[in-house]
Design a protein around this ligand. Structure first.
Ligand code: SF4
Length: 398
């Protein structure tokens, strides 16, 4: 585990952010907030995919009215995203949102900011100061350019207004679409304040580039102990954002695994099956089930079960058959076209009975059958199916 920076705690509608609480996943709806049913449907899907806090735009009074209808039915706390009009922040507070996000770059009048902070203070509703490199206050941009110092100065100026009305129920983000600028800004901010930080690379774009950029920025900071809540900003279905956020936290060991972790070998000269299509079929068959286990799809029985022996469950291909293994131990041999169905069946068995329980159901002859297939393939392919050693020899001769 990485040592996390100590921050204050902020309560977002019952979800704690900061002060060592589990790092949370956020996302944002893409529906019109005034469309209550569509927005609620998306919020439920986001919550199922792992989002623990969801933001909705509050861009007009119809949206604020929508929020008033959505908030009581939402399964997760809602944050109202406010730009330009401070009155919409007040309307969102009336709607009962759990948090506001204010952009200091486009709500700039001190009196307006203080009015919102006072209302939020009186209702014990936190505010995220959401600085964005693309919409900095022109004065700050003129003075500091688009830089880490500018982003942090913008947040500090907002904090100063909040302080004047005794409001400090705050989280902060300093997002940029440039990963290096984003990382530098959060590092600087983290050195200057102890408010919880909401991490994100803004406008990261569509996957896979957007996923790479967002992961590069967010993971770098999390590895330094910086960050209390995260959001992937992808040009994609927001469900992808929630899934990516959850997966990142799980892969860094910052959250318990809640869903499937599918791993697959990259395939090579030994592969006895099209690993990509089997992995895709397995992902489709298992992906939507809440199975908190690691499942491996391996291209060959020669190395597959050994290479993936840490996985709870796996399948390796060989001689038109699939060898199912649990923690590296072969439990069943099935025809190739039944590999995915067998994976689903055994994944459910492991979830229900645990690894030890599932191992008790192992087919007694499976290990011997598997060993025979393995030996036959080794005989056919030799030890060096990828012809690596021949290439090494060639290199050595140069
Ligand atoms: S040796 Fe087998 S398991 Fe390993 S990458 Fe090649 S096909 Fe996959």
């Amino acid at each position: 585990m990485f040592e996390r920076r100590i921050t204050r705690s902020v309560d977002v509608g019952g979800v704690q952010v900061g002060a060592g609480s589990p790092i949370t996943v956020q996302s944002m709806t893409t529906t019109k907030t005034a469309d209550v049913d569509a927005t609620l449907e998306q919020i439920y899907s986001l919550a199922t995919a792992g989002a623990e806090i969801v933001r909705c735009t509050c861009n007009d009074f119809d949206a604020a009215e929508g929020l008033a209808r959505i908030v009581p039915r939402s399964p997760v706390p809602l944050v109202a995203d406010i730009h330009f009009q401070y009155r919409l922040a007040l309307a969102a507070l009336d709607a009962g949102v759990a948090c506001l996000r204010l952009n200091p770059g486009n709500i700039r009048k001190a009196e307006h900011i203080k009015t919102v902070a006072t209302e939020a203070r009186d209702r014990a509703v936190p505010i995220r100061i959401g600085v964005n490199a693309g919409s900095l206050d022109p004065q700050i941009e003129e003075k500091y350019g688009i830089s880490a110092v500018a982003l942090v100065e913008s947040a500090k100026r907002e904090l100063g207004y909040f302080e004047q009305v005794g409001f400090d129920n705050v989280k902060i983000s300093v997002k940029a679409s440039d990963v290096k600028l984003m990382v530098d800004s959060y590092r600087l901010l983290s050195d200057s304040v102890d408010f919880p930080l909401h991490l994100g690379v803004t406008e990261a774009g569509p996957p896979p580039g957007g996923l790479v950029k967002a992961t590069a920025g967010i993971a770098t900071l999390l590895n330094e102990g910086i960050g209390d809540t995260i959001r992937y900003s992808l040009t994609a279905d927001p469900i992808e954002e929630a899934r990516a956020g959850r997966q990142l936290l799980e892969s860094l060991g910052l959250r318990e695994r809640s869903g499937l972790d599918l791993i697959a070998c990259p395939s090579c000269g030994r592969a006895e099956v099209d690993v990509i299509s089997v992995a895709a079929a397995a992902q489709e068959a298992l992906g939507d089930r809440e199975l908190p286990i690691q499942v491996a799809v391996m291209g060959c029985v020669v190395n597959g079960p050994g290479e993936a022996k840490g996985a709870d469950l796996g399948i390796a291909a060989g001689k038109k058959r699939g060898h199912l293994f649990v923690r590296g131990e072969v439990v069943k041999v099935v025809p190739e076209d039944e590999m995915v169905d067998a994976l689903v069946e055994w994944a459910e068995k492991i979830v229900e009975e645990g690894v030890d329980g599932a191992l008790k159901s192992a087919d007694k002859s499976a290990a011997a059958e598997a060993e025979a297939d393995r030996a036959e393939l080794l005989e056919l392919q030799g030890e060096d199916a990828n012809k690596s050693e021949a290439l090494v020899e060639l290199i050595r001769k140069r």
